[in-house]
Design a protein around this ligand. Structure first.
Ligand code: FAS
Ligand code: PHB
Length: 391
């Protein structure tokens, strides 16, 4: 098999990259270890920044998003006895959209099918070869058990935090920064109408809680729990009771309405940044290069921003023989990666409680500052809703 760009991973980064490359007439093959059904059903992110929505719109992927998604002006920050709305539109002129990553992935898959995109799902034994040469290739075993080789001009690792691409960059040239946060998120999906019009991020002595949503009849909520929490220890009643306490049920007449939980999982909280995001003819995009804690709703949006910069760089390299943008890709992408890594850390450390009461005092002061100072609120709004695709 031969193609111009071999894309490893059919998550948002890989699918959107293949779509952007096709718009420039560049051929790609997408390789994916899971089945398509599994990838499209994987419950993950829920918030799209303005830049992401504008990009999806520009490539014909905004219609269902704008029909079925929810445009939000901002978020609520909450702590015991207080709840404050930050209006991003008033603060920085940008809104955010609630539209599940599952839906983005389905929309991308449908658009790629219409384009005749070549996919290889349910593969195994993915290996990258000769990435430092101008004739790189990928070997793998296809879903029929046949050994395959895909020759390409370029390989892009969009294979997430556990894929092989990051390790294909030699140790001697790779630098990785990381932080494990001392807490995890217990996330639930529930068949119940959201009890709020916009997201509530709540600080509470018992722990952080977040009320998000997926539709008018499906809510998405999270609780701070200990790392390594056994989900079996959390009955549905215990989850709803903890959410009610932390989100302020009964405060100023507000009620949290529980409902049937249809999915629950525990998500570790960590930051990872791997530099560089390019080695020879191998480029990394999305979670393959960086992981952020979901508190800032940045993961999916960063993956989009990476490929929005990478696609034109590959077009310049492969169509105009201009290596400049590709040579600049890693530094360009990493400026936004580090900005989002900082913001995700800032939101996470502001809202998650730990054993030290001094930290709790700092957090409450920070929350009061962000909800009373327009300058501080604009800083949060700019990072949450308003970053341009390229910094
Ligand atoms: P993805 O991980 O989505 O896609 C990588 C793809 O590569 C996967 O389909 C994988 O199967 C495939 N792959 C891996 N190894 C391979 C191999 N050897 N060969 C071929 N294919 C291979 N972000 C938020 O903003 N908010 C959230 O609430 C949120 N929740 C999350 C919950 C979980 C459990 C996880 C893991 C992540 C969450 N994220 C969240 C972050 C998430 O949305 C990512 O940022 C987003 O999926 C990034 O997209 P990709 O870079 O495409 O990586
Ligand atoms: C979600 O809806 O899954 C979500 C929203 C905002 C976050 C994290 C997750 O910060």
């Amino acid at each position: 098999m031969r193609t111009e760009v071999a894309i490893i991973g059919a998550g948002p980064a890989g699918l959107l990259l293949s779509h952007l490359l096709a718009a420039d007439g560049i051929d790609s093959v997408v390789l994916e270890v899971r089945t398509r059904e599994y990838v499209e059903a994987r419950i993950r992110a829920g918030i799209l920044e303005t830049s992401t929505v504008d990009l999806l719109d520009s490539v014909g992927l905004g219609e269902r998003l704008r029909r079925e998604g929810f445009e939000h002006r901002g978020i609520y920050l909450q702590w015991p006895e207080e709840r404050h709305h930050l209006d991003f539109v008033d603060l920085v002129g940008r809104s955010v959209w609630v539209y599940g990553q599952t839906e983005v992935t389905k929309d991308l898959g449908k658009a790629r099918d219409a384009d005749g995109q070549q996919f290889c799902y349910a593969i195994t034994d993915t290996e990258l070869h000769d990435v430092a040469t101008d004739r790189p290739h990928v070997t793998f075993v296809d879903s029929d058990g046949a050994a395959q080789r895909l020759d390409a001009d370029v390989i892009v690792g969009c294979d997430g935090s556990f894929g092989p691409s990051r390790a294909a960059i030699p140790e001697r040239t790779r630098q990785t920064w990381g932080r494990e946060y001392p807490y995890s998120w217990l996330g639930i999906l529930a068949d119940v109408a959201p009890s709020t019009d916009e997201l509530i991020y709540a600080w509470h002595p018992d722990g952080f809680a977040l009320h998000s949503m997926r539709s008018a009849s499906v809510s998405r909520l999270y609780l701070q729990v200990e790392p390594g929490t056994d989900i079996a220890q959390w009955s549905d009643d215990r989850i709803w009771d903890a959410l009610a306490v932390r989100l302020g049920h009964g405060q100023d007449g507000w009620q949290l309405t529980p409902g049937p939980i249809t999915d629950k999982s525990v998500l570790p909280m960590r930051s990872v940044v791997a530099e560089p995001m390019r080695h020879g003819r191998l480029f990394l995009a999305g979670d393959a290069a960086h992981i952020v804690p979901p508190t800032g709703a940045k993961g999916l949006n960063l993956a989009v921003a990476d490929v929005a910069v990478l696609a034109p760089a590959l077009q310049a390299l492969l169509r105009k023989n201009d290596p400049g943008p590709a040579d600049a890709y890693s530094d360009t992408a990493l400026r936004r990666v580090w900005r989002c890594t900082h913001f995700s850390w800032w939101m996470t450390t502001m809202l998650h409680v730990g054993p030290d009461p001094f930290d709790a005092q700092l957090q409450q002061s920070q929350l009061r500052w962000v909800t009373t100072s327009e300058a501080a609120a604009a800083g949060l709004a700019e990072n949450y809703a308003g970053l341009p695709l390229e910094l």
